[in-house]
Design a protein around this ligand. Structure first.
Ligand SMILES: Cc1cc2nc3c(=O)[nH]c(=O)nc-3n(C[C@H](O)[C@H](O)[C@H](O)COP(=O)(O)OP(=O)(O)OC[C@H]3O[C@@H](n4cnc5c(N)ncnc54)[C@H](O)[C@@H]3O)c2cc1C
Length: 581
């Protein structure tokens, strides 16, 4: 859908195309409310696309937030039932290192039992052969039903269900204002982020599912929502050093979870209060601190190759009187539905806080509030009905793409991305569904470029596919369509800029060598730097101050990469998003 196709009026307008907004749209649609979701970027380019990837069992919260823990285990089971295609059933362990307090470890199984989180102690002698990268100093381990969950597939399937029930969603539409009359929002002004044009959509109700940006959306309706955005940094390693989620058995802190995500493993996270949810820069010091702390669970981490660093911003909400007090980790990870009638706007609610794991429940409670206000009696059905596009109804496993590929005859002739096994057919199918879109959108939809080579060898191939697409079927469309080569060039620079972000702070050793090969291919061979108009050249997120000598790499090498990356990826590209997983 483009801006020109937007409906003139809807029952409910949902702001924000992360997992929460998608869940809200699905629930509204299933209760018969004709709704529209608008997202300022691509779907899942806010916190949902920059999270850690854990389907929580609840074990992480049993120590300090039993409500959050209970919600997690209930929704964990629901998601396994309704969205198996987005989940890898890795299982998880809480492991006690010598540094973890004995009383926490001792109390852990009992606290899990209170919250309803299945927890079983396993002998270390059984665990270490399964997880050989783990520290030999681990003294106890508990198995819990954690998993790994893929956000973009989940959003896609959730939106598909909403569409089947008569609602719709549109990306790259930013809400820039509301029109209020008599204490009600009657319309929203949307700006198309590609063309800059604006349109008005009339609505009976507004739900803000804008996550860490909820305060900004509320301000457009002249109400106050105090968010306390908490930035978390994560590191993507080039191999999957663990097959299960590994958590440290202590009160949650920095660098204490490793999550296997497809072909890589992600270490996280930090939690730093930031004034601006768009503050997603990563510094080398954070990377070094994460590696040092993570090495208590995985002692070889300092010698392993980090592909990239990225950050997400938690949509933490601080109620007017914060019963928790303390720092950001003390604010509840549970959620809140805020009805803004008390602040003078009758038909406006915000959903804040929570986790990806609990998004469906958050949506249910939000839509209960909306339905009550609109006099709609239809019950929520989202926990019972399986989402569309769930394949054979089983959770995925690491080798599922390879197995499917081999079933179709195997071979590598049709492979665009060897790391993530993205075939030409899969990429074409994505483009059929989402065109016009960027290569970066295609990455989220297919995982192209997200494996160990980070797009070095697939990006130019995928750019060729983009180049083959023309604007539309009619002569007028074709005339207006971009020139093939220019289209491919733009797709390439946008995609590489996105991939190079987050590589500066980890550019050292073997990874620096790989980055220089990539930069050499795209700058040295393909001359990508010559595509950029001089006046549009601007820096990437690589901070010069962050370029310090690193083991096996060195400042000179890092600077060389920085220069190449900057040249290769400078300039604005419509549709390009910030650094993500
Ligand atoms: C570091 C980190 C790690 C995490 N790890 C986990 C985990 O492992 N497991 C788990 O369950 N949860 C995890 N979470 C929490 C989880 O990621 C979030 O709770 C969830 O993704 C929030 O989704 P959302 O849809 O509410 O927000 P978002 O995904 O941020 O969506 C809000 C959307 O609103 C859009 N928007 C903003 N302004 C406008 C506007 N003016 N117009 C239109 N659209 C707008 C944004 O672009 C954004 O896409 C983690 C969070 C962080 C930060």
């Amino acid at each position: 859908m483009t801006q020109g196709d937007l409906p003139h009026a809807v029952d409910v307008l949902v702001v924000g195309g992360g997992v929460t907004g998608a869940g809200v749209l699905r629930d509204l649609a299933r209760r018969g409310l004709r709704s529209l979701l608008v997202e300022r970027g691509d779907y899942g380019t806010g916190t949902t696309g920059r999270y850690h990837g854990l389907l929580h069992s609840g074990g992480r919260y049993v120590g300090r937030d039993q409500v959050a823990a209970r919600e997690c285990i209930v929704e964990n089971r629901v998601l396994r039932r309704i969205a198996p295609a987005s989940i890898e059933d890795t299982g998880g362990y809480f492991v006690a290192t010598p540094d973890d307090p004995e009383e926490y470890v001792e109390a852990f199984p009992g606290r899990c039992a209170t919250a309803g989180v299945p927890c079983e102690e396993v002998p270390i002698a059984d665990l270490l052969p399964r997880e050989p990268a783990l520290s030999r100093r681990i003294r106890r381990a508990f198995r819990v039903p954690d998993g790994s969950i893929e956000p973009w597939q989940l959003i896609d399937a959730t939106l598909a269900d909403a569409r089947l029930h008569g609602s719709d969603a549109v990306p790259y539409q930013r809400v820039v204002g509301f029109e209020l009359r008599g204490g009600r929002i009657v319309a929203a002004r949307l700006r198309d982020e590609g063309s800059g044009s604006e349109r008005t959509v009339w609505t009976s109700f507004v739900v803000s599912a804008a996550g860490a940006w909820a305060g900004q959306i509320a301000a457009l309706a002249h109400v106050q929502v105090e968010m306390t955005p908490g930035k978390g940094t994560m590191l993507v390693y080039n191999n999957r050093m663990t097959d299960s989620v590994i958590n440290r058995c202590h009160a949650s802190s920095d660098a204490d979870i490793m999550v296997p995500v497809h072909t890589v493993a992600i270490l996280g996270t930090t939690d730093v209060k930031v004034p601006d949810p768009d503050d997603i820069a990563v510094r080398r010091e954070e990377v070094a601190a994460l590696v040092a702390e993570g090495a208590r669970m995985f002692p070889d981490l300092p010698r392993m190759r980090i592909l990239r660093a990225y950050t997400g911003v938690r949509p933490l909400y601080r109620p007017p009187v914060d019963p928790a007090g303390g720092g950001n980790r003390a604010i509840t990870r549970a959620h809140a539905v805020l009805d803004h009638a008390g602040q003078g706007v009758e038909n406006f609610v915000s959903i804040v806080g929570g986790k990806l794991t609990t998004h469906r429940l958050m949506a249910e409670e939000t839509v209960d509030a909306v339905a009550a206000k609109l006099g709609v009696a239809a019950p929520c059905t989202t926990a019972d009905e399986v989402l569309p596009d769930q394949g054979d109804g089983r959770t995925y496993w690491l080798g599922h793409r390879l197995a499917e590929h081999e079933e179709r005859g195997g071979g590598d002739a049709d492979l665009l991305c060897e790391c993530e096994l993205v075939t030409r057919d899969a990429a074409e199918a994505y483009l059929d569904r989402r065109w016009p879109c960027s290569l970066d959108d295609m990455r989220r939809g297919t995982r192209l470029g997200m494996g160990p080579c980070q797009g070095a060898f697939c990006t130019f191939r995928a750019a060729g596919l983009i180049a083959e697409r023309r604007g539309g079927d009619t002569d007028a469309d074709a005339a207006a369509a971009e020139d093939h080569a220019a289209l491919a060039d733009r797709a390439l620079t946008g995609f590489l800029r996105e991939r190079f972000r987050g590589t500066g702070p980890v550019a050292s050793g073997r990874q620096l060598q790989e980055l220089l090969v990539t930069a050499g291919m795209y700058v040295g061979v393909l001359g990508l730097d010559s595509l950029v108009e001089p006046e549009t050249v601007k820096r990437t997120a690589v901070e010069p101050s962050a370029v310090v000598p690193a083991p096996g790499g060195g400042a000179a090498g890092a600077r060389a990469f920085e220069g190449a990356a900057t040249a290769a990826t400078a300039g604005p590209t419509p549709g390009a998003a910030d650094a993500q997983r």
